[in-house]
Every structure is written in C-alpha cells, then in structure tokens.
Design a protein around this ligand. Structure first.
Ligand code: HEM
Ligand code: HEM
Length: 188
C-alpha cells in the first residue's frame, strides 16, 4: 500500500503528487495576487514572506519526492494508453518535475540576490549563498514568471488528459493516482 506496484501508485507517491500539486497551484495564485498589491496594503510584506517560506518548503518536498522516486520506481502505463500518449505523458512529467525545482531555485536567487537570507515562518533563516548581478536577477525574475504561468498551461493539458482517460477511455489513470490500490483487481 505504501509503495508503488507494477500497475498502481502507492500511498507515498500519491501524497507527494497531491501535496506538491496543491502547493504549486497555491503559490502561483499567491504570487499572482501578491505582485498586484500596493506598498500600503497590510499584506504587502506578509504575502511575500509566506510565498518565500512555502516556496522553499516545496523545494524540500521536491527533494524528498525525487529521493522516493529513485527508491520506489513508478508503475507502468495501463494497457489502454497508446504509445504516443506514453511518450507525451513522460515528457509532461519531466517538464512539471523540472518546474517544481526551477521555480523555487529562481525564486531563491531573486530573493537572495542582495545577500539577504530567507526567513522561514520566523523559525530560522535560509542563508544567501550567492550574490548575483542585477542582470542575472532580472533573468531569474523572467524565468520565474514564465515558468509559473507556463505550469498553468501545462497543468491544464495534464489534468485534461487525466480526465479524458477517466471519463472517455474509462481507464485507471486518474483512479490509480487517487486510491492506493489496484482498481481492477479483486483478491477473493
Ligand atoms: C515553488 C514554487 C513557486 C511558484 C509556483 C511561484 C510562483 C510565483 C508567481 C506566479 C509569481 C508572480 C509573477 C508575476 O506575476 O510577476 C511569483 C513572484 C515571486 N516569487 Fe515565486 N514562486 C515559487 C517559489 C518562490 C520562492 C521559493 C521564492 C523565494 C524564496 C519566490 C520569490 C518570488 C518573488 C521575490 C517574486 C516577485 C518577483 C517580482 O519582483 O516580480 N518564489 N512567484
Ligand atoms: C490539478 C489537477 C491534476 C490532476 C487531475 C493530476 C493527475 C495526475 C495523474 C492521474 C497522474 C498519473 C499519471 C500516470 O499514471 O502516468 C499524474 C502524475 C503526475 N503529475 Fe499530476 N495532476 C494534477 C496536477 C498536477 C500538478 C499541479 C503538478 C505539478 C506542478 C503535477 C505533476 C505530476 C507529475 C510530476 C506526475 C508524475 C508522477 C509523479 O512524479 O508524481 N500534477 N497527475
């Protein structure tokens, strides 16, 4: 139940997927909202502090998720999934996983570019490791921006494909990412 099977996801992979997915979508919403606030808004500083702390948390979660993925190989695709769909899904998972790492990394570079550390919920500071030039910082801001909204477009296709497999093809793709056991097998 904890680990992946040959044709199903285990509970750990399922929890990692949905916690990281929710955190990413939440941070995109928070980021889009926070950049529209004026200096006089009471949330002006608080929203960025929360964005940074939760963003760093995503990086820690991502490291744990990838560590687990090496220890627990993902299941194969269901028999109803066509060859081109397997290739597209694999490419999509690579792109989304890359964004899960690159968004916090570029965010970290933006926020620490002048040598200030990142406060994590008032508990401790993540130190600034690199001091970068203004040009590099601007590049990091641009990459952060396009990646964040790019993820929205990718997720629309990703979630759309999952729904199509569930509703039209009646396959197990979505179910096996929701329930940690084989949906099509009975033991009795
Ligand atoms: C982990 C996933 C993350 C996502 C999905 C994300 C998403 C976003 C989004 C959507 C924006 C608004 C962009 C705009 O409309 O201009 C933004 C801005 C920003 N983010 Fe993140 N972010 C993440 C992590 C981080 C982290 C870890 C940090 C810093 C430690 C960070 C620092 C910033 C800063 C400083 C801005 C404002 C950039 C500017 O001046 O325009 N982000 N982020
Ligand atoms: C919100 C709606 C979402 C739905 C319905 C959904 C659904 C799914 C499903 C059904 C799978 C399993 C595919 C398979 O069996 O091959 C999957 C895998 C995956 N999804 Fe999502 N997903 C969503 C959001 C996200 C988000 C926001 C991200 C990241 C930004 C994401 C990243 C991934 C990744 C990397 C995988 C590969 C397995 C893993 O590493 O966890 N998904 N998703």
């Amino acid at each position: 139940m904890w680990r992946n099977g040959s044709d199903r996801y285990g509970l750990v992979a399922i929890l990692f997927h949905w916690i990281v997915a929710l955190a990413m979508l939440g941070l995109i919403g928070l980021g889009a909202w926070m950049v529209g606030l004026t200096y006089y808004d009471p949330w002006y500083n608080r929203s960025l502090a929360l964005h940074k702390a939760f963003g760093v948390l995503v990086l820690v979660l991502a490291a744990a998720k990838f560590g687990w993925r090496i220890a627990d190989r993902p299941p194969g695709f269901g028999p109803e999934v066509k060859a081109w769909e397997r290739a597209a899904a694999t490419a999509m998972h690579w792109l989304l996983n890359a964004a899960i790492v690159l968004l916090p990394v570029t965010g970290y570079l933006i926020s620490t570019s002048e040598g200030a550390g990142i406060d994590i919920f008032g508990l401790f500071q993540v130190p600034a490791l690199f001091v970068i030039s203004e040009g590099t910082r601007d590049l990091a801001i641009e990459v952060h921006f396009y990646l964040a909204y790019g993820v929205l477009a990718l997720v629309a296709v990703h979630a759309g494909a999952a729904l199509k497999h569930h509703l039209v093809d009646r396959g197990s793709t979505l179910r096996r990412m929701l329930v940690p056991r084989s949906p099509s097998r009975r033991v009795d």
